[in-house]
Design a protein around this ligand. Sequence first.
Ligand code: SF4
Ligand code: SF4
Length: 206
Amino acid sequence: MKGYVMQLQPFSVNDGEGIRTTIFMAGCPLRCKWCSNPEGFDQKPKTAFYEKLCIGCGLCTTVCHVHNGINLNDPKQREKCDGCGKCADVCPKNAKKRMVVEKEVSEIVEEVKKHRLFYMQSGGGITFSGGETTMQREFLNELSETLYDMGFHLAMETCGYFDFDALKPVLQRMDLIFMDLKHMDSEKHAYLQALAMKRYWKTSNA
Ligand code: SF4
Ligand code: SF4
């Protein structure tokens, strides 16, 4: 089974006990104004463009199947882009980067297995994060079941916005669950969500 993943971050020391690998999964039901990973709002492949790193060599334009130019931040190019990531693969300066990619459960398992010694020595393990990790319930279920059966210490970071009954098997495998309290004041949170949603729709429909 495949899921949309932003990043596998090894040597994470702030996402649970010990040394961990944090799996940032794409997709979120919220649109907080202060989000630190807005590239993970949606579950679809995405390629970023960092203009400051670009040297204008044009290599990326030679592989783009929708004939995009260099400036992927241009709304018209962004609209045509399907996030295939071929331009990122050839960019010599990392000015283009795959931000959200599809990964098989087996690929992730192979990757995290390499760091098992560090988890064992430090009391660490694997942390599921996002986006909102529970948005990909089937994928999270298969991935967490596989890693649980292999004996990894499992943690999950969530905003708590999910169906608890549907997610019960996943929750039961976790050694640690930590929740983001987004705002103490529900009304203010709703207001800031609405502001961020407005901005989000403006950008994605530009
Ligand atoms: S990600 Fe793919 S479609 Fe988008 S600009 Fe790069 S090569 Fe073109
Ligand atoms: S390949 Fe990279 S450095 Fe070259 S033009 Fe494209 S984005 Fe810029």
